[in-house]
Write a protein that binds this ligand. Structure first.
Ligand code: C5P
Length: 296
């Protein structure tokens, strides 16, 4: 057996995403329902003999030292006395700028792997605190599953998950820049050029997850703003609805949209149909179980 192990880094969708006003620090508080799904990256984690060594290997545009996984290793070392060397090879499947939290999930999975190989045995709350230093979406991924998320993303309330629906993801083949999406939303609000969605109470959001997706009251505040910029967003949402989705929405700040279907067959039929038009179309299911799967 090779040294090391593989840990899954499932991505997420935002079933619901409301953006509150810009704060004095420039960030925005959110009210969101997050859901991990059965699609994502994988991390192969190995120990190295050299103390403090950190190799992050990944094909892609980001140099290793700017990779969020590299930053996760540094943050973990600051939090606990751990000087072991590590090599983390990222099998990247989630597109960049997709609104699926690919990098954030990689970072959370790296923290979980380091917690295991260092023997530090930090609890979930301690891992979430390190995760919050790394990015707004990272704390959610420590547990995953279904959660109501508030603040910048650091207040995570797990809610009972369901696994009785199927998903189809559609990505238009371009990345969405999160900072730009927030700036567009601020500008639209300042000029009152898009109607504001009314907030939904936390209780309603949590109880609605159990409802028939056709009745879901969920929305994503970025969608009307991004739609004005790129016609692809409306085409993805309408295409999912025309392919039979019970609910269709935008994940994160784009650019991926998702549709909810009641059966695998319906999802596969929609996947086939949408693949004729879009470069990246995936079928997936919600992950009902929280926690990270160690795969080997
Ligand atoms: O979290 P991430 O680094 O992707 O955020 C990029 C930018 O998006 C931030 O610099 C900030 O301008 C904006 N942002 C925000 N409120 C959040 C998350 C991100 O305003 N909750």
């Amino acid at each position: 057996m090779r040294d090391g192990f593989v840990v899954a880094a499932p991505c997420k969708i935002n079933i619901h995403l409301r953006v509150l006003d810009r704060r004095s620090d420039g960030f925005h508080d959110l009210e969101s329902v997050f859901q991990t799904i059965s699609f994502g990256d994988e991390l192969r984690v190995e120990s190295l003999k050299e103390r403090f060594a950190c190799d992050v290997l990944m094909d892609g545009p980001v140099p290793p030292e700017r990779n969020i996984v590299f930053k996760a290793v540094a943050a973990f070392r600051r939090a606990v006395p751990f000087d072991g060397g590590v090599r983390i090879q990222i099998e990247k499947r989630v597109p960049f700028g997709a609104g699926l939290g690919g990098g954030s999930s990689d970072a959370a999975s790296a923290l979980i792997a380091l917690n295991r190989i260092s023997g530090a045995e930090l609890d979930v709350a301690a891992l979430e605190a390190i995760a919050a230093e790394l990015g707004s979406d990272v704390p959610f991924f420590i547990r995953g599953g279904t959660a109501y998320v508030e603040g910048r993303g650091e207040r995570v309330f797990p809610i009972p998950a369901r696994d009785d629906y199927h998903l189809v993801l559609v990505n238009p083949g371009f990345a969405s820049d999160t900072g730009r999406a927030f700036a567009l939303l601020d500008a639209a609000r300042d000029s009152a050029s898009v109607p504001a969605n009314a907030g939904l109470s936390r209780d309603l959001l949590i109880s609605s997850v159990r409802e028939n997706p056709e009745q879901w009251p969920f929305f994503n505040d970025f969608l009307p703003v991004l739609e004005r910029e790129s016609p692809e967003y409306r085409r993805m949402i309408d295409g999912l609805a025309a392919a039979g989705a019970l609910f269709a929405g935008l994940s994160g700040s784009g650019a991926t949209c998702f549709g909810v279907f009641s059966t695998r067959k319906d999802a596969e039929t929609a996947q086939l149909r949408l693949s004729a038009e879009w470069p990246f179309v995936k079928a997936a299911v919600p992950l009902a179980r929280a926690g990270k799967a160690v795969l080997e």
